[in-house]
Structures are given as C-alpha cells and as structure tokens.
Design a protein around this ligand. Structure first.
Ligand code: UN1
Length: 495
C-alpha cells in the first residue's frame, strides 16, 4: 500500500479505475513529496466519459435552470466548508502560498455562487416584428456535451469558471485537468458529487493532453471545447477543433505591462508591482511581467524596488509569513531558468537570476525573484515567461509607454499608475487588451466581470461575468405568428 491516495476517474457518477490502467503521480513542488496517484486516461476512457455525459444530457437540459442553480448553490456551500483543506491541497500540489491558495478556492466559491443566480436569468431578448400579430424572441439552449480543459495555476478557480458556467446553461461536462494538479481537480469534482449533481453530468478524465485532450476534441459528440493554457497548445486545440467545426474557446497567455508614470504614487505602485509580478511566483496569465517606467522616476522607483525585494521571504508556501513559494514543476523551473539565461545575454540583470539552493530549497523548485533592465524588443520583454521574472523598460513619455505596452502579441491585462485622471482614461482607451487597471496591479480580477483578452491571448470570447454563458449556449431565434394567416416577411409590407 502506498502512503498517498490512489484516485480513479469519475465517470457516470462513479469513481472507476480501469483494469491495468497506467498511473502517474503528482508531487509537492516545495518538498518533492508525492501528493497522489492518478489514472493516465486513454481514448477508451474518454469514450466512456463522453457516453456518460451524452446519456445524462437530456435530463439535465430538461431540469429547470433555477433547479440547476440550487445544486450549484450547494456546491458553493460544500466548497466553503472544505475551503481550508482544499486550499492546503492547492498549496501542496501547486506551490502557491497559502493565502493565495485560499484566494483560489474563494474565487471558485464566488463564481459558483454567481452562476447559481444565473439560473434565474439566462436572459434572451424580445424584439419587435415587422409584421402584425407576431412575436420575435430569443432563448438560450445548451450546446450538449462540452469539454473543459484547465491549467495548473488556478487549479480550483479556473475549472469552476468553466464547469459552473457550462452546467447552469444545461450542458454536461467532461473535465480534463492539468496533470500536475490532479488532486485539486479531484477535490473540485468531489464537491459537485457531494452537492448531489446527477450522475454523468460532470465527468473527470485525468491524463495526458495528447491522449485525453485530443480524444475529447476529436469526439463528434463534444460540441464545445473550453481551454485555458499555453499559446502553443491553444493553437493546436483550435486547429483540431476546427476540423469538426467545434466552438473552441481559448484563454492563453499574457505579457502584462504596468505603466508607472512620473506623477504616480510610487509607494502604492511598488506594492502593486510586488504583488503583480511575484505573487503566485509570477505564474498567472495576468502576472505583471513588464514594468514600463517613466525616466523621471526610473532610478528612484528601482531603488525602492531593490530595497523591498531584499526583504521578500521565499520558502515554504504553507508558512503564512512566506511571500513567494516555489514554481510549480521541474518543467516550469527549466523553462524559467532558460529565459533567465537568455535575459543575461540580451539585457542587464539587476536582481536575482538564479535557482535557490541549500537546505530545504534543494527539495523544491525555488527561483529568486528576478529583475532585468532591458530595451523593448528583447525576447524577455516580449515572450511570456510565466515565472518570477520582471522586465523593466525605461520610457520618456506616456505615448512611448503605450506604444511599448501594445507592441507584443498578447493582450490580456494591463495597469497604469498615475494621478492624472485624463491620462488614466486615455490609457483605458489606448491599451490594447481585455483588462485595464488604474492604480492597481494587473492581477486580481473579480468573478462578476468578464475575463479574457485580445490578440494571441485568445479567440476573443470572455469567461466570468454574465457573459460567461455566451460560451456555453446556443441562441435560438423564435418567431410566433398569431395572425392565423400566412404573412411574408420583407414582402407583405403594405398596410
Ligand atoms: C489566470 O492567471 O489564469 O485576475 C487567472 C487574476 C485572477 C485570475 C487569474 N483572479 O489574477
């Protein structure tokens, strides 16, 4: 017997371990300890999960949305009761510090609650007809079976953004989580099961993207795919889904700028920068990875940054006094260190720039918060690193700040610190991205507002907020003619 849990797949309301299934484990990135063992799902498992979801669909579709909402309300309740143990699982499996892990679970709770209320909205439109005695309206219908493919960096919040929105609209779901946070995914699914979600409405298949993800995207019964992850995988998912003309929703990367102008409240901007750039060890799509700093405050602000970085506590993410935990995996560490090596060649290293070693650091993936001073246009200033690495770019004016901010392939989040209200609103207009913060960092979106971005950040849709349901519904247009005679639109125009 192993000392860690052995988890099955969740298909048709049951936890199942297919005979002879290959398994993989997840590990604590701070200590190397095994967290759990999971089934490496196959195309056959996907077939079973999609069949279960397809079988459950007619009844779930016929369940009135407020009743679906009732179940979601119970899911939120279960998540609240289990918030602390789930947050600890998030920290142990993914490495974010415990306060942020609680925030991750809270974001899941908030969104599930918000979607429960959507069960009493799911608004359509009524629109006038050009003909007499005729009603025109729209209703929303579920798409059918949908696939939710989620990343490891928000291992409870992001799955819930997708699952709760899909379910309230009446879809049934096959959920494929990132492999290195499979225990967090298990906790999410358990909450839905404990809340009384009918069998087959939500199914979990763990395993590799190349096996599970591809089989899901290829299955003709899966009518929509919602994916959050890296841009390269996103491109493949999109192309693959296009073969079957599937609705593919993508939330991909960011290279989020924080502009600090010469009239900014510098201590406030500094607090925002530390949280935005080094919170979650920089592993948020919304992380502040570029500081675009006005030349007049350049030296002063970087001096303030040096001083605070020297006092950041890096270490055990379960210790509440820790500011920065490990990065999530060996792969992450490797990629970030490669970018740091690139940065050393093309830019000036100001702080950090290495892996932390010695003592407990040797058991995990700890990287020192790193700051490079660079010209705009270097690789580290344009490519997503997804780690605690900040590029600082000096600019002489607001106009140049905006040009630099927009001159990347991504467009997720952005921030400007200024006390000039006119300039703040100009920035809201000028910055090409999905989210702009004024006098606040690039991270920290709230669930009742749309989340997503422009350019290579996605395919243009938004998650969260009331628009979250767009992704998971088909609009049906309904014409009701109560004139008792044939009326011809566009032709019968006379009195
Ligand atoms: C992500 O990084 O993929 O706005 C999501 C934020 C969080 C969500 C981030 N509420 O930083």
């Amino acid at each position: 017997m192993s000392s860690y849990p052995e988890i099955g797949l969740f298909i048709g309301g049951k936890w199942v371990s297919p005979l002879g299934a290959a398994r993989f484990t997840t590990r604590n990135p701070a200590s190397g300890e095994v967290v759990g063992s999971f089934v490496a799902g196959t195309a056959k498992d996907v077939e079973a999960a999609v069949s279960a979801a397809a079988a459950a669909f007619p009844r779930w579709k016929a369940t009135p949305p407020p009743m679906r909402g009732e179940i979601l309300r119970r899911v939120a309740q279960v998540l609240k009761e289990r918030k602390e143990p789930i947050a600890r699982t998030v920290t142990q499996e993914m490495g974010k510090v415990i306060a942020e892990a609680r925030g991750d679970v809270q974001e899941a709770i908030d969104f599930v609650e918000y979607m429960a209320g959507e069960g009493r909205r799911l608004f359509g439109e009524t629109v006038p007809s050009e003909l007499r005695s005729k009603f025109c309206l729209t209703v929303r219908q579920p798409k059918g079976v949908v696939a939710c493919i989620t990343p490891w960096n928000f291992p409870t919040a992001i799955p819930n953004w997708k699952i709760a929105a899909a379910l309230i609209c009446g879809n049934t779901v096959v959920f494929k989580p990132a492999s290195n946070t499979a225990m967090c995914a298990t906790e999410v699914v358990k909450a839905y099961d404990s809340a009384g979600l009918p069998a087959g409405v939500l199914n979990l298949v763990t395993g590799a993207g190349s096996a599970v993800g591809n089989a899901l995207i290829d299955d003709p019964r899966v009518r929509a795919v919602s994916f959050t992850g890296g841009v390269e995988t996103g491109r493949t998912v999109n192309v693959r889904g296009a073969q079957d003309l599937k609705a593919v929703h993508l939330e991909l990367g960011g290279k989020n700028p924080m502009i600090v102008m010469d009239d900014a409240n510098l201590p406030l901007a500094l607090e925002g920068l530390l949280f935005g750039a080094f919170g979650t060890a920089g592993q948020r799509c919304t992380a502040t990875s570029r500081l675009i700093l006005h030349e007049k405050v350049y030296d002063e602000f970087l001096g303030m940054l040096d001083e605070r970085l020297g006092r950041l506590k890096i270490g055990d993410p379960l210790d509440p006094s820790t500011d920065v935990g490990p990065v999530a995996s060996a792969d992450q560490e490797k990629k970030i260190l490669e970018y740091i090596a690139i940065g050393r060649r093309e830019a000036t290293l100001r702080t950090g720039g290495h892996k932390l070693t010695g003592g407990n650091f040797d058991k995990g993936f700890f990287i020192a918060p790193t700051v490079f001073e660079t010209a705009h246009g270097t690789r580290i200033s344009k490519e997503e690193i997804f780690g605690p690495v900040l590029s600082v770019i000096k600019v002489p004016s607001y106009e140049e700040a905006v040009r630099v901010a927009n001159d990347v392939e991504y467009g997720l989040s952005s921030a400007i610190y200024t006390r000039d209200v006119n300039r703040a609103f100009r920035a809201v207009d000028d910055l090409e991205c999905g989210i702009t913060y004024v006098n606040a960092p690039t991270i920290g979106a709230e669930v009742q507002l749309p989340f997503g971005g422009t350019k290579h950040t996605g395919t243009g849709g938004r998650e969260a907020g009331s628009v979250a349901i767009e992704e998971f519904t088909e609009i049906k247009t309904v014409f009701v003619d109560f004139s008792d005679r044939l009326q011809k639109a566009q032709i019968d125009t006379a009195e």
